[in-house]
Design a protein around this ligand. Sequence first.
Ligand SMILES: [Ca+2]
Ligand SMILES: [Ca+2]
Length: 182
Amino acid sequence: MTNIIFFSCNISTTLLLRRYFDFLPASGNRGATFDLWENIYSPNGNTNDVATLQNHVDYPHSPSRHTVLRGFSNRDQPPGLDNYGGKIYGLFKIPKTGNYTFSFRSDDGGELYISPNKDPKLAVSVSKTLHYSAAWVNVLSTRRELVKDTEIYLELLYKEGNGGDFGEIGASKLKNKIALII
Ligand SMILES: [Ca+2]
Ligand SMILES: [Ca+2]
């Protein structure tokens, strides 16, 4: 992951103002990068493990597509393909000091990585699924104290088999009330 190119050093996704949130979006730019690898087939037809993507020869440096999303979600405009791997990643600028938890939804299997700071090499897996998740994944990240205006690197990998497809990361300062980072 040493050659990851951030969308921009000054493009940080800010939170969000949807239900549940008690703070306003910070000023500044928004955006997350979305890389897509086509023709990623699962050896086991019953699961869609992101390891299939991670073990592919073209991962991570040669995606089929490299685009920018408004936030950490492509649910509103999914690629509409089958048998591919996706990676949504970028910097999340903390809008307000507090204790945060993170989660994800994906179609199909997914895995969420979080770094303690801006360095993607320090990102660690916090939760993983092998199937489509209609709800925020129950295994939330450990609540962590984050200070306003600091930036942390977030990354969601997901592996699409067939049918619908999307990925998105959520965050919350409130217990069990996850909402999209947009
Ligand atoms: Ca599909
Ligand atoms: Ca699917």
